[in-house]
Design a binder for this molecule. Sequence first.
Ligand code: B12
Length: 324
Amino acid sequence: MPKIVDYPEDAKYNIKSVSQRTGVQPVTLRAWERRYNILEPNRAENGYRLYSERDIALLVWLKNQVDAGISISSAVADYRSTTSKGISPEAVFNTPAPTISRRSNLPANEFVKLFYNALITRDEETASEIFEKAMASFDLFPLVELVIFPTLREIGDAWFNGKIYIAVEHFASGFIRSKLMTIYQALPVNRKVSYIMIGGAPGELHEIGSLVTALLLREAGYRVEYLGPDLPLDDLIQYIQEEKPKMVILSATILDATEDLDKFDEMISSIKPKPIFGFGGAAFNRNPELISKTPGYYLGETISQSIKTVKTILEGKKPNPLAG
Ligand code: B12
């Protein structure tokens, strides 16, 4: 049983020393503070934030939870619900984070088999365990391209060939979506960089491709807002007009969802400054003739390529999405 320490509450540490002691970047720290209202640093006379030992203990605890794969919002909710039951924050800080799964040497295709089997048998515990192991074993790009997408494609084939019920396919894609959303939400939002909106074209319900694009762009440091599937264009345009993103990305997996995208670039042309329009998804890969008919930037056949294309465009250079 760890010893419970009574943490002093007088605030005397500046953000730099707190960041060094906790390993939480100042930008993340401010984002957590703003979003969850969980720390209340004092202000020095010069306006700088000052933190106490108790704030530092809370930050270390939060960071341990996040490192163990729990989203920051869930960790904050756990903290709030435990302390609201009268349990002292000090006792919470002494609860260990769940053990982090160790890296596994399994190749990606073995992960796909295991993950697929766990999902189609609706074995959530095993599926979560495999997902965590895969996360610990691969960086984000190979995780999505070599484990998650192939698993989804296997599931799509199984449904297409009548091997699994549509309900099972819904369960599996819902499970994967929520895991990806947790990673996306745990990434810090940097507000001082290019602002990108991402979502699904009208009528498009497949959202994992656009969610992963959002996640990887956020991981690359951009300010990204993931807007979900099936966005009505008129409404989206009003939103863009108000929020003024630098770039808007729409994805289409089914052919029907590409129907109005050839007009989108024209529809946003009166917005000042005009945002850059990027698009991609399986519908364009399957029907490459649509690419030249859609004004805007085709981002590439894969999501990895699309991240490179976005970076090139935002650096003001000419992209080559077919570069591979
Ligand atoms: C999960 C799923 C669903 C879920 C989606 C849930 C969700 N929240 O996303 C639900 C149940 C809603 C669904 C519905 C339907 N689905 Co469905 N679905 C799938 C499944 C199993 C996985 C899709 C997925 O996420 N794949 C992972 C993605 C990321 O892989 P990918 O598209 O190959 O991605 C690569 C590129 O396309 C690109 N990319 C992908 N997205 C993006 C985005 C951007 C911005 C960029 C730049 C690049 C990019 O990068 C990837 C490689 O790096 C696929 C099977 C499959 N083979 O994909 C079927 C599949 C896509 N569905 C299919 C069909 C037919 C349907 C329905 C019409 C079924 C029906 N009769 O109701 C509806 C259509 C609904 C609609 N209006 O959109 C077909 C499409 C066939 C076709 N030629 O159009 C597939 C291929 C299944 C099959 N084998 O027939 N589906």
